[in-house]
Design a protein around this ligand. Sequence first.
Ligand SMILES: [Zn+2]
Length: 119
Amino acid sequence: MKKYTNNDVYKILSEEIKVTQVMHSMTVEELCAKESDVDFWEELSEHLDCFRICDACHKPMIEGYCIDDGAEHYCSRECLHTQMTDEEFEELSDEDGTSYFTNWYEDSSVMGTHTEMEK
Ligand SMILES: [Zn+2]
């Protein structure tokens, strides 16, 4: 079900950093080494909109679960399950549509067209 491996995530982020120049360029290897450096990801997420940090394992992710319009984020079912069951998630996503599985990278790439925004 997951489209991107961790390595894909770092590849994309490395590319985004180079393109946006929000900080000095970093290689995939350098980003990998930052895997458990939450402060680093928090700072980067203030500059880049194409990824989120998982609230359970604190790793960067470009697709995952968005709970309650961004109150919480989880990268995988395993991480989601630390807080709720699949049933609870489905209830949340059915009720008000503020909880969903999404891909922030693809969302940020289509920014400007807002096809998804106007429901
Ligand atoms: Zn996680």
